[in-house]
Design a protein around this ligand. Structure first.
Ligand SMILES: Cc1cc2nc3c(=O)[nH]c(=O)nc-3n(C[C@H](O)[C@H](O)[C@H](O)COP(=O)(O)OP(=O)(O)OC[C@H]3O[C@@H](n4cnc5c(N)ncnc54)[C@H](O)[C@@H]3O)c2cc1C
Length: 344
């Protein structure tokens, strides 16, 4: 029987950022990752502290942005790469009223470090009313981040590429197959619905589609935002997405959303392009827009880290530290994120 401190179930943003934190604490763990659909792998990886509809900000955005550099430089110390790409968001303005609103909000205390009041004109897309730049926003190289994290934890012998079977947990002996654990942390995204210990937690799947597009010339080095995000993946490929759909819970590509993406792209990108790939997956969202952290009310060694919503990178990095401090240092959880809110 192998003795370990933690079993982590799920190898998306939540699972890997938590593994990173536990590794810093010198804890032993394994990561189970099955073949279930993961939103993390198709995510745009955008880290943006501003709500681009209203030019406002959100709960803990500054703390989350401040923590990004720290966590990615820690990860760099063992993978050898830093995955932050410092290309900021450039929001194309739809009308003069938006520009006015941006300038007004850029004077507010919580937004002045984010809303740049020097507007720019992008060359590769139509933006007749210019674009506003979100200072300090960036994105993560999602493809290489996961490639390297899988390789790193696999080489350490802690990655188990199989689905975790909830029915095989033996609570009397704290064992799962040949593993003796102290804790299990479920980081299963929308698959929490199949977890008999946490299936009453109201995670709402929000389906997203995105495109990988082939182009003949590079676009400006920004995360360009009109209806969706557009940015370069390489000289001749870009990412465009993603859509939001709360209703369709199948894993099929839905042509209605592919059409929405094509129409959105054609509205401002006038170059030639062809679609390489269409991908779809789900975000695990919560009505109150707060992540879910904490412990099962009855089984005190079963925990959940979920509900990262549309901000898997910012929520995942920041709250993985909160989750680890809660588990390892017995620090209290903010009631706004505590899973207890669903049991009261
Ligand atoms: C189109 C799209 C674009 C997005 N863009 C952005 C963006 O720009 N910026 C951003 O921050 N976020 C973005 N997101 C959101 C982000 O992807 C999610 O917040 C993130 O995926 C949540 O990560 P997670 O680890 O909680 O869940 P998931 O990514 O769903 O990962 C869960 C993992 O657990 C595994 N699993 C589940 N159950 C089991 C089991 N029983 N046994 C073993 N393994 C199991 C699954 O296989 C999966 O790998 C986007 C999402 C989509 C769909």
């Amino acid at each position: 029987m192998k003795q370990i401190d933690y079993i982590i179930v799920g190898g998306g943003f939540a699972g890997f950022f938590l593994a990173h934190q536990l590794q810093k604490e010198n804890r032993s763990f394994v990561i189970f990752n099955g073949r279930q659909i993961s939103g993390s792998y198709i995510s745009a990886g955008v880290c943006n502290p501003v709500i681009l509809k209203r030019f406002s900000t959100f709960w803990k955005s500054k703390e989350q942005m401040d923590y990004l550099e720290t966590i990615f430089s820690e990860i760099e110390s063992y993978t050898g790469k830093n995955y932050i790409i410092h290309e900021p968001v450039a929001r194309i303005f739809h009308d003069e009223a938006e520009k006015k609103q941006w300038l007004k909000n850029s004077k507010k205390e919580d937004l002045k470090s984010f809303l740049d009041n020097d507007f720019i004109t992008l060359e590769s897309v139509e933006n007749p009313l210019e674009s506003g730049v979100v200072k300090n926003s960036c994105r993560i190289d999602v493809e290489n981040f996961f490639k390297d994290m899988f390789q790193y934890f696999d080489a350490k012998g802690v990655l188990i590429n199989e689905s975790f079977d909830h029915n095989l947990v033996d609570f009397d002996n704290s064992t799962y197959k040949d593993l003796q654990f102290k804790h299990i942390v479920f980081c299963e995204g929308i698959h929490t619905k199949d977890n008999p210990y946490f299936d009453t937690i109201p995670i709402l799947p929000n389906k997203g589609h995105c495109l990988e597009v082939k182009i003949d010339r590079a676009i400006d080095p920004y995360i360009i935002k009109k209806k969706h995000f557009l940015f370069s993946l390489s000289e001749d490929r870009f990412y465009y997405g993603g859509t939001y759909d709360r209703f369709d819970q199948t894993s099929d590509i839905n042509s209605e959303f592919v059409q929405e993406l094509e129409t959105g792209l054609q509205a401002f990108y006038k170059g030639n392009y062809s679609i390489n790939k269409v991908r779809t997956a789900f975000r695990a969202t919560v009505d109150d827009r707060r992540p879910i952290l904490g412990t099962h009310p009855e089984f005190k060694n079963l925990h959940i880290f979920n509900g990262l919503g549309a901000r898997g990178v910012l929520n995942g990095t920041y709250f993985s530290k909160v989750m680890c401090d809660y588990l390892e240092k017995d620090l209290d959880l903010d009631p706004e994120v505590d899973v207890k809110r669903f049991y009261e």
